[in-house]
Design a protein around this ligand. Structure first.
Ligand SMILES: Cc1ncc(COP(=O)(O)O)c(C=O)c1O
Length: 359
């Protein structure tokens, strides 16, 4: 029998989260961000679920081609554009949209004698300082594109701090974006999930929700459920051993955690080889048959151990929730000093994904 660890993806919940994004930005088109294998939920599964989106954004050409090969006909935007000019033929052939963000790409388009039917978005750096043209480069970029008969279908930028509703940096970015786009007649795109939910002025023509589609919070200090989001992924496994131990017994590698009294420890079939965070500290919450069962000791590759003192009758085979509807991934992430993006993207390929609520 295979190991009992599973990621369960609720399809109706993905759709409901998309409806919420549309509700917040009713005048914008929605480019659903489904890169990194649909934030770990499965690229095609998420694309199939989100048929009401106006387009999809992915990281690279491989994900774009996978969507086209599966029959998706909506606009597909490659968020980091093209890396190798040799990919441009495939990009054109499959009608993918490339984000242009640096001069070497413009040089490459000029050398390749770019075809005018190539679809491009132009990314401007308004303050993230990762990729994107400097504000003062935009005019030159647009001039060079026009010489190639290329007309951008959108001008975009990306928000660095929108998760913090009180951070004025988003207003700075917005001002810069408006100032540099104002003399150009192209559609615009700025908002990620945090922008959609907290910064109405950033919505423009296309919004680009990612994390909110999966029901995880885009806003610091805000519970996803209070924002009306529902977590689409549950990560589950089962107890594979129940061990009575004595006071003073160390548990797991390094013996970091020591039983404070005579107690029962449960062994769960899930470890960092499945994507559970190795650095999750003792005390990180889990549920065993809905009873709180905090993590104790170090997470190993295939197993982790839990404190079963709150469970009246633990048994091998009991269902374990690593995160799910009643245990937000956001809470686990916070305990482990990370963000839920890392949790869901980190589920490894050996974990089967199951779908529920398809209709
Ligand atoms: C360019 C761009 N737009 C939108 C998003 C979606 O962001 P979020 O998942 O925070 O909504 C991302 C994600 O990293 C991104 O890189």
């Amino acid at each position: 029998m295979s190991r009992p660890v599973r990621a369960i993806i609720d399809i109706a919940t993905l759709r409901q989260n998309l409806r919420l994004a549309k509700h917040h930005a009713p005048k914008s088109r929605v480019m659903a961000v489904i890169k990194a294998n649909g934030y770990g939920h499965g690229l095609l599964r998420v694309a199939n679920a989100l048929g009401d989106a106006d387009g999809f954004a992915v990281a690279d050409i491989d994900e774009g081609l996978a969507l086209r090969q599966a029959g998706h006909r909506k606009p597909i935007c490659l968020l980091t554009g093209f890396h190798d000019p040799a990919d441009l033929n495939e990009v054109l052939h499959h009608d993918l949209t490339v984000v242009l963000h640096s001069m070497h790409q413009i040089d490459a388009l000029e050398s390749a004698g770019a075809n005018q039917s190539l679809r491009v978005w132009v990314k401007i750096d308004t303050g993230m300082h990762r990729v994107g043209f400097a504000l003062e480069e935009l005019d030159e970029v647009l001039r060079r594109l026009s010489q190639l008969s290329l007309v951008p279908t959108c001008l975009m930028s990306h928000l660095a701090n929108a998760d913090d509703r009180d951070d004025p940096y988003t207003c700075d970015q917005l001002e810069k974006f408006q100032a540099c786009c104002q003399s150009h007649p192209y559609p615009r795109s700025l908002a990620n999930s945090a922008g959609i939910m907290a910064w109405k002025e950033t919505h423009f023509d296309w919004v680009r929700p990612g994390i909110m589609l999966y029901g995880l919070t885009p806003l610091l200090g805000c519970d996803a459920r209070e924002l009306g989001l529902r977590q689409a992924m549950s990560f589950e496994s089962r107890l594979i051993a129940v061990k009575p131990l004595q006071a003073g017994d160390p548990v797991g590698y390094g013996g970091d955690w020591v039983c404070p009294e005579s107690m029962v420890v449960g062994v769960v079939a899930c470890g960092y080889g499945d994507g559970y965070l190795r650095h999750a500290p003792s005390g990180t919450p889990l549920l065993v048959d809905q009873h709180p069962a905090p993590l104790v000791g170090r997470v190993s590759m295939d197993m982790l151990t839990v404190d079963l003192r709150n469970h009246p009758r633990p048994r091998v085979g009991d269902r374990v929730t690593l995160w799910g509807m009643s245990l937000p991934a956001d809470e686990i992430a916070q305990r482990a000093g990370t963000i839920a993006y890392e949790l869901v993207c980190g589920i490894t390929p050996r974990v089967p994904r199951l779908e529920v609520n398809q209709s």
